[in-house]
Design a protein around this ligand. Structure first.
Ligand code: SAM
Ligand code: DTB
Ligand code: SF4
Length: 318
């Protein structure tokens, strides 16, 4: 059994054996590793805001913001800096320590980046950590974001290299890795994970985690999203994923990347408290709070606080 040491040399066989374990052994191992690296009963709270919604040029099959599908999301312009700061203050008052701003772009235009840099500086001045997700970045754009004070950049690999082509055709897996490299080179913390429930196999999930866990440096945070099936997108009719397989993916992320935050991300609106409790037991230690993710619903703040209270989980200080 692994001791929870940080390794970047996992073999594919090791990762698939992890997944093949009896459920109880896997969860016990994940919880043991979790306790070696994190306080057992703390969960980090982040809040999301869509600063530029819809009309995206990419064709990610899961995404209601792609201009390729009609999911009823109206394309909007980039928000004003002041409006973003008002929303960030509210999130801080509700207990969030990190503010995550998402834009439905293939990649940001340099002119738009000026405004995003102002948002980052403004949110930092409120005393919150900042995260943005803006699509592909050049090395220079990553450096500019770092100079503005950005703490985290979210850019997901989404799935395994093999399954990727079934989901996105407008940019490649290697494009994603290039952006991830630029983020790391600029000294920005990386938030990088994927989605479970898009019709991928257990092997694809293991491969996705293997790619993340063998990066030269593990992502500082690893969001594991459960597909939110949005009408109008090609994945709207996708069958549901077995909840226990979802928990296994969380446990795999925790064991393979012991010191990374594992975020139980999209899809909580459709999960029972029992399933979320199992995800925390399997090593998830971060969630998004607030009633909306980017365009889809998330549990109400009060309901989340009640759930955390029942589980004896506390908000992690920044
Ligand atoms: N446009 C940028 C990009 O794709 O890099 C940033 C925003 S994008 C919405 C961020 C991530 O949200 C995606 O990589 C995907 O993992 C996740 N996501 C989007 N739609 C989702 C859905 N319907 N269900 C689960 N996760 C989703
Ligand atoms: C991530 O991995 N999950 C968040 C965040 N990064 C940006 C986004 C989830 C979006 C879910 C679909 C929506 O609300 O539009
Ligand atoms: Fe665009 Fe991001 Fe949605 Fe893909 S996931 S369509 S890049 S907003």
């Amino acid at each position: 059994m692994t001791t929870g040491s940080i390794r970047n040399d996992w073999t594919r066989d090791e990762v698939s054996s992890l997944f093949a374990q009896p459920f109880n052994d896997l969860i016990f191992q994940a919880q043991t590793v979790h306790r070696e690296h994190f306080p057992a009963n703390q969960v980090q709270l982040s809040t999301l805001l869509s600063i530029k919604t819809g009309g995206c040029q990419e064709d990610c099959a899961y995404c209601p913001q792609s201009a390729s599908f009609d999911a009823g999301v109206k394309a909007e312009k980039l928000m004003d800096v002041d409006a973003v700061l008002v929303a960030a203050k509210d999130a801080k008052a509700a207990g969030a320590t990190r503010y995550c701003m998402g834009a439905a772009w293939r990649s940001p235009k340099d002119r738009d980046l000026d405004a995003v840099c102002d948002m980052i500086t403004g949110v930092k001045d409120l005393g919150m950590e900042t995260c943005v997700t803006l699509g592909m970045l050049t090395a220079d754009q990553a450096r500019r974001l770092k100079e503005a004070g950005l703490d985290y950049y979210n850019h997901n690999i989404d799935t395994s290299p093999d399954y990727y082509g079934e989901i996105i055709t407008t940019r490649t897996f290697d494009d994603r890795l290039d952006t991830i490299g630029h983020v790391g080179d600029a000294g920005i913390n990386l938030c990088c994970g994927g989605i479970v429930g898009m019709g991928e196999s257990v092997r694809d999930r293991a491969e996705m985690l293997w790619v993340l866990a063998t990066l030269p440096k593990h992502p500082d945070s690893v969001p594991i999203n459960m597909l939110v099936r949005v009408e109008g997108t090609p994945l709207a009719e996708q069958g549901t994923v077995d909840p226990l397989d979802f928990v296994r993916t969380i446990a795999g992320a925790r064991i393979l990347m012991p010191a990374s935050m594992v975020r139980l991300s999209a899809g909580r609106e459709y999960m029972s408290e029992e399933l979320q409790a199992l995800c925390f037991l399997a090593g998830a230690n971060s969630i998004f709070t607030g009633p909306r993710l980017l365009t889809t619903p998330n549990p109400e703040h009060d309901a989340d606080m009640q759930m955390l209270g029942k589980l004896g989980l506390e908000a992690m200080p920044a």
